[in-house]
Design a protein around this ligand. Structure first.
Ligand code: PLP
Length: 365
């Protein structure tokens, strides 16, 4: 062959740094062998309680259907979402995780060369998706304390700005956009800019001051993305959904891959949305874990950013060594060295997992 693959691949694709996920449990098992009985993964903001038993039953019940394609539109799950979130089904679209909804929302609106704005530090896929479609990423830094600077978003809008993605609560900082900030922003943002409000963690938020984009669904161009990967405990099934006006959903449906959500994911989604006891238990576990970890971090001298989500951004001295040592002991946390050398993100685990983490941190620090 007389050409190199680098010469023919799109320039934009070369700009993408590969997504680095939290280290999978299996990888740690391979690295350190069978010595580690139970691996504690506090690296990907999953629900630590395991799936709801109703979800497990639902998956078993549909196991013998999987030789067929799913009903692409996800009729029954969409109806369940409509019921739970009080929206007509025409305003709902299903995705293979909410990441796919974000992707479809961007693809529908952004022409190559147009700008997409999003906060930084934030969820890494926004940048990846921007380059994927030939858009120009415009990163808006959070303030020093990691709170949102909504004025900066407004100031940076140009005639090329097509989409603004707001991550609320923001990953990896756990900070939110407050109601007043959101109202002020929506009052000023031009009508031809589309807002994607990524509200993957909103079920964990415990303040009435949370600024969801929901009140603006019919007065602005808004896509709200929600996921069943977090509090609903279905990360491994890849299922999420978007809410928007029916005209927007209509265009997104044109590019939705025909069978993008699976039969087990659709069935499990219905069961998960119905299991209020599990959702409440997950919420309570998160609040209790957060209180416990704050006080443990205080006594260990670990700085942290107060969070509204199911993870905490902290600063640990010698973070590289601590992460490595924790891994040897079967505990996975996630480095956030892109922010600074000591930054790590720790997902809130079960009571037992949090205790184990703190015991080990005590020994290591
Ligand atoms: C801010 C944010 N949005 C979206 C997602 C994607 O979730 P999923 O594609 O599993 O719905 C994540 C996952 O960690 C996230 O942190």
């Amino acid at each position: 062959m007389n050409n190199k693959i680098e010469d023919i691949v799109r320039q934009d694709i070369k700009k993408i740094a590969p997504y680095v996920p939290g280290k999978p449990i299996e990888e740690l098992q391979r690295a350190y062998g069978l010595g580690i009985e139970k691996i504690v993964k506090l690296a990907s903001n999953e629900n630590p309680l395991g799936p709801s038993h109703r979800v497990v039953e639902a998956i078993k019940r549909c196991a013998d259907k999987v030789s067929r394609y799913p009903e692409g539109s996800g009729y029954y799950l969409k109806n369940k979402i409509a019921e739970v979130f009080n929206k007509p089904t025409e305003e709902i679209i299903l995705g293979s995780g909410s990441s796919e909804i974000i992707s479809m929302g961007m693809e529908v609106f952004i022409n190559p060369g147009e700008e997409v704005m999003y906060p930084t530090p934030s969820f890494q896929i926004y940048e990846i998706l921007a380059y994927k479609i030939g858009a120009i990423p415009v990163e808006i830094p959070l303030k020093k304390d990691f709170s949102y600077d909504m004025n900066m978003f407004l100031e940076r809008i140009t005639s090329k700005t097509k989409v603004i993605i707001l991550c609320n609560p923001n990953n990896p900082t756990g900070t939110i956009i407050y109601k007043k900030q959101m109202d002020e922003f929506m009052r000023q943002v031009p009508d031809d800019v589309v807002i994607i409000s990524d509200e993957a963690y909103r079920e964990y938020v415990d303040t009435d001051d949370f600024g969801t984009a929901e009140p603006y669904l019919y007065s602005k161009n808004i896509i709200i993305t929600r996921t069943l990967s977090k509090i609903y405990g279905l990360a491994g099934l890849r299922i999420g959904f978007g809410i928007a006006r029916k005209e927007i959903i209509g265009f997104m449906e044109r590019i939705r891959p025909p069978f993008n959500t699976t039969i087990p994911a659709q069935e499990a989604g219905i069961a998960a949305l119905d299991d209020k006891e599990y959702i409440n238990r997950s919420f309570e576990n998160n609040i209790k874990g957060r209180v416990y970890l704050y006080s443990a971090f205080d006594s260990l001298g670990i700085d942290y950013i107060p969070t509204y989500a199911n993870f905490i951004l902290c600063r640990i001295p010698n973070a590289t060594e601590v992460i490595k040592e924790l891994e040897k002991r079967g505990i996975i946390i996630r480095d956030m060295f892109g922010i600074g050398p000591e930054y790590v993100r720790i997902s809130i685990g079960t009571e037992e997992e949090n205790l184990l983490l703190v015991q080990n941190l005590k020994e290591l620090l």
